[in-house]
Design a protein around this ligand. Sequence first.
Ligand code: DX5
Ligand code: ZN
Length: 221
Amino acid sequence: MTEPKFAPSILSADFARLAEAALAVERAGADWIHVDVMDGHFVPNLTFGPKMVADLHRATRLPLDVHLMIERPEDWVDRYAEAGAAYLTIHVEASQDVPGTLAAIRARGVRSGLTLNPETPVEAVLPHLGALDLALVMSVHPGFGGQKLIESALGKVKAIRESLDRRHLSAELEVDGGIKPDNAARVVAAGATVLVAGSAIFEDPDGPVAALRKFKAAIRS
Ligand code: DX5
Ligand code: ZN
């Protein structure tokens, strides 16, 4: 099985020590850092804004994979682009103008991402695949770490994988929520190329290096 990229979600890290957390996963061999931006409206939780992204961008060499769980993401593209986001992912439910926002992200030299909530049918993202550098399937209800993976998300991963392959598109296919070493191989088999994991990496009692090793071993076996 081809090894996926790993994008630890710092939502589960100690917010008073985010630079240390970023360095720890960088040293542990993570590929990206997943940054969950929440506005208290689109989801019932609040996290970071653009300054946190800019400060993290200075603290790590890893690409910042910024997941915007906010209303009107079109109003924020410039600020997150300036902050140094490598990927900027918007929710299909949150934007008034999905094609325009994806185009604005790319016009700022940032890679474009689109995601959907568990209750949103996969058909909502399929028409946009040609405009994407990253398609993200949410496998939990966004807002909080530490939830259980919703199995029906795997069907969406397969549907997007089929559509990408049929159209010879090379967007990354990322899955976010409830990913653990014991289900990671199934998620990759469904077609994912990037795995987000928060609690499984930052709350592993053996630390993030051991946690990533467990993921890699589970996928190889
Ligand atoms: C949920 C976030 C996820 C979260 C995943 O709203 O989008 O990125 O951090 O955390 P775990 O891996 O604990 O489900
Ligand atoms: Zn996320």
